[in-house]
Design a protein around this ligand. Sequence first.
Ligand SMILES: [Zn+2]
Length: 497
Amino acid sequence: MQTSQKQNIEIYNSLSGKKEKFTPITEGYVGMYVCGPTVYSNVHLGNVRTFMSFDMIFRYLLHIGYKVRYVRNITDAGHLENDADVGEDKITKKARLEAIEPMEIVQRYTVDFHNVLNTFNFLPPSIEPTATGHIIEQIELIQTIIDNGFGYEVNGSVYFDVHKYNQTNDYGILSKRKLEDLIHNTRELDGQSDKKNPQDFALWKKAEPTHIMRWPSPWSDGFPGWHLECTAMSTKYLGEYFDIHGGGMDLKFPHHECEIAQNKAAKGKDPVKYWMHANMLELNGARMSKSTGNYINPSELLTGKNNIMSKAYSPSVVRFFMMQASYRSVLDLTDNGLLASEKGFNRLMEAVNGLETLTPSKESSKNTKETLAILKSKFYEAMNDDFNTPILISWLFEGVTIINKIKSVNETISKDDLKDFTALIHTFVFDILGLENNSASNTGTDKLSGAVDLLIKLRQEARANKDFAMSDKIRDELAAVGINLKDGKEGTTFSTN
Ligand SMILES: [Zn+2]
């Protein structure tokens, strides 16, 4: 279901530090670039959260009718261990340690990345370019930056002249840093002696004789700097000025700051209208880190093979858990949090599946009609407010309440309203939040649910006829086989042991 109604979205722009009305550069079209993974190890759960946030944003933009070109790159060269342009290329290092080709590393972890994202039901981006596939574009970009006076060559490497750039531009505009403070806080590291200033960053690095990943260039056989690839690929596919650039909060500085500087130095303009940053994922209140052991990877979380969680969690439960927080908040992954999300997710799915078994009446009751209209506008309102998924989910649970009321015949719904309401719920739950109905394929569960709903109705009729012996008998015998009925304000629901 795609809406024909125009939505007014507000997006929190990291550049201005406030929510702004979203107006795409070209009406009807959105260009979105998200910094992808460096494929030298298994994808981190924190990265999964970042990419999931942008997957949800991509899904919503598509739903409200935009033609979206979503570019998410693969960094398969040039990402050094240290942001100060020292240390080894991450992929080369891993290849050396494992005594295999760098491209074997790239292949292995690109496949892992795609597998993990498929497990979590991600939509593929429109284009997934690689750094090594765009070396020519990067060399051309470096040449332009040199020609414009913002890059200089030393011993076969090329650096970006941050001080020169800052004379006419604002280096630090995105991360709200001042060059003077950076100068004050930068330690001089070994291996930086080629640079005019420690704040300068590499556009091209000359390869050491042992460095396998190397390409010829006007300056040396070498490889491009990490920041450069995103400028080259984003502008190649989205134009010199595009709508949305996203990434994890940790990329704001220096990576995204450098992207702005490179684009302004090369093309004379800001590359991005809206900068969006997804916040960090913590584990039990602390930063996730392999070295401290406070770490869990996606497959450990999904299989339950770990010492941190009490059980395995399904991909949709993990997705639901992540969607229960705003993409801009720090999210703390805990066993209790996941258990609560699992309960909530099951309750939501039970209600969504229950929609199929509702019997329409001739007309919708007044309350049903009013509630459905409110829900529809609240769903959109939540998503239009900077993609506020936790608020959306709280309104979805208002939807669960009305579904249960209709189920227990406290309210009625007409055939047409049921059809519209089912489409609306499916759109937000499956198409936009990207959840999967784990029990839908399990027809046994559906049949059970249908049978129990029938017994609930019979019990209600018995109570209406004051046949309490029959009503209790139904409840007790269901309990004896592990099906517990719960009478609430919104009607009777059931759960299984
Ligand atoms: Zn990037």
